[in-house]
Design a protein around this ligand. Structure first.
Ligand code: NAD
Length: 310
């Protein structure tokens, strides 16, 4: 396993991070024993960064992760989130965030988090997040319940606005850096580098779109992006390359991102993703993929409040 320092936090995180949203059964039903084996295998092979949220499976993912990590908490860096509690349920108030950390600590069966993040900031009022949510999280940090704090979301514009105005230790961006899109590098990556903020890239498989199984029914991408995903799959097949491994290897090649989070729930997936450390990106394959994607490359869909789109 390779490790990088997460911005100015000093935390050493594995380049491949374990995304625990599948533990909320958001990509289909998962089996307890299989998930436990996947986590044990990942930790045994050096994966030390785990990310979850109360939103995933409406607390199910946190509950399950907490139980599967019993006895292993000290071997990992654990991140969860606050502020998002359902598809349309958001509360970024200081009162809710302060209650949220204790609820998450209970479910995760621990007395501290390594990273506490605001979940999907583009659904909130940026001024509230800057002046109320982040200060409340700093208080939580002072109490020793979280070592570091961060923000997560889809809108690069909104993540940049907040990170320019308020001190954050980390930023998690999703679906903005993988073979279908690289616009994270136009705005967010330079900002994170300049401010020494830890950068986490999530959904390198474009939330399941770059897998043999295909995207889940709730996937927000427009048809053109789904179509581009199918073209990429065809090209990989023709080259005898595994679609998901091609996509994730591309993400792991990023020079600044400290950890790429991949949603995993089976031993087979963990093994395939650990094999990435023995592989290299094929530049010719990447070139062919880029040409085939055409205008769907760097395609962004609206998410959150209209004033935060971008
Ligand atoms: P993803 O792009 O990682 O795709 C996950 C899907 O890919 C799952 O169905 C999984 O079973 C499958 N998969 C994983 N490895 C595979 C392989 N080798 N072959 C075939 N299929 C494979 O999407 P994600 O899980 O949404 O994102 C990763 C993690 O990032 C999440 O679990 C979460 O922790 C984090 N995340 C955070 C935010 C946020 O905070 N706003 C948003 C998105 C993701």
């Amino acid at each position: 396993m390779e490790y990088r320092t997460l911005g100015g936090t000093g935390l050493r995180v594995s380049l491949l991070g374990f995304g625990a949203s599948p533990l909320g059964d958001v990509y289909g039903a998962t089996d307890d024993a299989e998930v436990k084996r996947s986590i044990d295998l990942a930790i045994g092979r050096g994966v030390n960064f785990f990310d979850v949220s109360p939103y995933y499976g409406l607390t199910l993912a946190e509950e399950r992760l907490g139980s599967f990590l019993l006895g292993k908490r000290q071997q990992i860096q654990l991140a969860t989130k606050c502020g998002r509690y359902g598809l349309d349920q958001f509360d970024f108030s200081a009162r809710r965030i302060t209650a949220s950390i204790d609820e998450s600590l209970g479910r995760l069966r621990t007395d501290y988090l390594d990273l506490f993040q605001v979940h999907d900031v583009e659904f909130g009022d940026a001024q509230q997040i800057i002046h109320e949510t982040i200060p409340a999280m700093r208080k939580i940090q002072e109490q020793g319940k979280a070592r570091f704090i961060g923000i997560t979301g889809y809108s690069l514009k909104n993540l940049c606005t907040i990170a320019e105005a308020a001190p954050v230790d980390t930023i998690l961006s999703y679906c903005r850096y993988n073979p279908l899109i690289i616009d994270m590098d136009q705005s967010l990556t330079p900002l994170a580098q300049r401010k020494k903020i830890g950068l986490i890239n999530a959904s390198g498989l474009h939330m399941g779109l770059l897998t043999g199984r295909g995207a889940p029914s709730w996937h927000p991408a427009p048809t053109a992006v789904h179509e581009a995903g199918r073209k990429v799959a065809q090209i990989c097949r023709a080259h005898g390359a595994d679609l998901s491994q091609m996509a994730l290897r591309f993400c792991l090649d990023h020079p600044y991102v400290a950890s790429t989070l991949v949603g995993m729930s089976t031993v087979e997936q963990v093994e395939a993703n650990l094999d990435l450390f023995k592989m290299k990106t094929d530049p010719n394959l990447l070139q062919e993929i880029r040409s085939a994607i055409g205008p769907a490359f760097n395609h962004v869909w609206p998410s959150g409040r209209p004033e935060n789109y971008g």
